[in-house]
Design a protein around this ligand. Structure first.
Ligand code: S3P
Length: 425
């Protein structure tokens, strides 16, 4: 796939439903009573893996439309023992392990060659503390979970700031005796807490921690999934990079734990406006417009990372065009995403002409306020790297060839078509 330089990126768009919320709607819907209607479902490689997984565990999931599902809940302990292929989806593997910790029977969870090397002790350890039997393969998938009906609540402080770890423990807490608390030094996305609250679970949010009480029953009813901020991010960054651009994304999820990119865009000199703010099913939603400005370097540290963790590759690209030196640190987690994103971004952007150097926990980028030359970038099986390559192509002088571009469909089928629809040449 080649993406040629753009003269401008202009238009009004919507993006598919949020991936994090779509996974959770299916999993929590499966644990609920009765039917859960999921509208605006963000169907992608990853979320389809969650639908297939819940079906493999005995849950009926009706496909009403590409973006609409009905999940027939089996109750908090109603999943049937079985084997699950989580594909590429780390969120599925980690959240589902938490769900299975309190189910009866033995479950085996496998994943593809990108998911298998990712760290799983971070969820296995707290779930064992709660009384579940969770076997990893040297800390990785395949996982074998033998659920327990005598889980007990714990107070747990994860070593890494991770919404997936937090969510796994809270979901296990639904079937535990006594309250379960996750202490977070740096807050991470709170979609699980918001959805559990909407389903009737008793959630307490303190200044540093979130507690869940054992639940009798859950009932979601309906989930309306807002547009995925992480899918909108490549379009917003393209608009920030290409002079003369003006892009507005409507019906977009703007949960403040997800929109760190907007703060960064603003302080780097981009014009950002957020309007038509409202709440849809407990989640904040709005329209977001971006127009380019003179980009200047910035500094990003650990406290900011969870709010833009999946957008950091795009921030590195922004920094390549920003006057001055940008330091991004506290982002070691990027080394254990779908690929080692610190090295993938460094190698990828260097090959396009950027002055970027990796450090253990981030990058140092020396920006030049001109277009990058362009060239070839390898996606390395990582959807976020493929989309980074496409945006880099638009803001380059000679275009960018993306090897393995198809992987974008893991989170955003139709990405290249949507990007092309707003591109002027
Ligand atoms: C996710 C949390 C993040 C993020 C991932 C989705 C979630 O991972 O990178 O794409 O849905 O909870 P961590 O919280 O483990 O960093």
């Amino acid at each position: 796939m080649r993406v040629e330089p753009a003269a401008a990126v202009v238009g009004h768009v919507v993006v598919p439903g949020d991936k994090s919320i779509s996974h959770r709607a299916v999993l929590i819907g499966a644990l609920g009573e009765g039917e859960t209607q999921v509208r605006g479902f963000g169907r992608s490689g990853d979320t389809q893996a969650t639908v297939d997984a819940t079906r493999a565990l005995g849950v009926e999931v009706e496909d009403v439309a590409a973006d609409e599902l009905v999940v027939h809940g089996v109750g908090l302990r109603g999943l049937r023992a079985g084997d699950v292929d989580c594909g590429n989806a780390g969120t599925l593997m980690r959240l589902l392990t938490g769900v299975l910790a309190g189910q009866e029977g033995e479950f085996t969870l496998t994943g593809d060659e990108s998911l298998t090397p990712r760290p799983m002790e971070r969820i296995a350890a707290p779930l064992r503390k709660m009384g579940a039997e969770v076997q990893t393969t040297d800390g990785h998938a395949p996982l074998v979970v033998r659920g327990s009906d005598t889980l007990h609540g714990i107070e747990f402080q994860p070593e890494v700031a991770s919404a997936q770890v937090k969510s796994a423990v809270l979901l296990a807490g639904l079937n535990a005796h006594g309250p379960t608390t996750v202490v977070e030094r740096i807050p991470t996305r709170d979609h699980t807490e918001l959805m559990l609250e909407a389903a009737g679970a008793r959630i307490r949010r303190g200044p540093t921690g979130i507690s869940v009480e054992p639940a009798g029953t859950l009932r979601l009813g309906e989930v309306v999934v807002p547009g995925d901020f992480s899918s909108a991010a490549p379009l917003l960054v393209a608009a920030a990079l290409v002079p003369g651009s003006d892009v507005t994304v409507h019906d977009l999820g703007v949960n403040p734990r997800r929109t760190g990119l907007l703060d960064v865009l603003g302080r780097m000199g981009t014009r950002v406006s957020v309007f038509d703010r409202r709440r849809v099913g407990g989640e904040p939603v709005a329209s977001v417009a971006v127009q380019p400005g003179q980009l200047v370097a910035t500094e990003i540290g650990a406290d900011e990372v969870p709010g833009l963790v999946d957008e950091l590759p795009l921030v590195a690209l922004l920094a390549s065009h920003a006057r001055g030196e940008t330091r991004i640190s506290g982002a070691r987690e990027l080394r254990v995403k779908e690929t080692d994103r610190i090295e993938a971004v460094t190698d990828g952007l260097q090959a396009l002409g950027a002055r970027i150097h990796s450090r253990d926990d981030g990058w140092t980028v020396t920006g030049v306020p001109t277009r990058l030359r362009g060239g070839r970038i390898e996606a390395r099986g990582d959807h976020r790297i493929a989309m980074l390559g496409a945006v880099a192509g638009l803001s380059s002088r000679e275009g960018v060839a993306i090897e393995g571009a198809d992987t974008a469909a893991i989170s955003f089928p139709g990405f290249y078509e949507l990007l092309e629809s707003v591109t002027r040449r």
